[in-house]
Design a protein around this ligand. Sequence first.
Ligand SMILES: Cc1cc2nc3c(=O)[nH]c(=O)nc-3n(C[C@H](O)[C@H](O)[C@H](O)COP(=O)(O)O)c2cc1C
Length: 149
Amino acid sequence: MKKILVAYYSLTGKTKAMAEYIAEGVRIGGHDAEVRKISEIGAGKDLDGYDGYLFGCPTYHRDMTDNMKTFLFLAKTADLKGKAGGAFGSHTHSGDAPGLIFDTMEHVFKMDMGSLGPFLLKEQIVDTDEGLRACQQYGRAFAQQLQVE
Ligand SMILES: Cc1cc2nc3c(=O)[nH]c(=O)nc-3n(C[C@H](O)[C@H](O)[C@H](O)COP(=O)(O)O)c2cc1C
């Protein structure tokens, strides 16, 4: 069983809900998932000991949030090269943040980003059955990618 960190920021709770549903999907896929707020992660060494990393934040002003940018500078001090990665977040219209986070994980941290791409969900459906299922499916697919490595 591999261990996945789901680290997120959420202002109004939508991306938090996504993080929890995605973690459920990872567990359904047969792996362990730990959900943490990025504010609880104070040093690069706090990122040691995981086999995969899913980072999430909502889109505000067509960007990732400032605290996610700060977190990514912290994550740069951890050795994430070659580790499995993914990015997610809630939005209303443009949904830029997951793609921007994904881009940093792929091109700066040189992580293995698999074939799923960034996962974004419109906030109107996060708390519906459709939203729950979509998040669980993403988590499960991420877990399944780990199994074929
Ligand atoms: C001031 C403000 C700016 C926003 N800018 C964007 C934006 O540029 N693109 C977008 O898709 N959503 C935008 N949103 C919508 C948020 O991404 C959306 O409400 C999201 O679900 C919030 O997630 P959270 O509950 O995890 O904080 C904005 C919301 C606010 C309040």
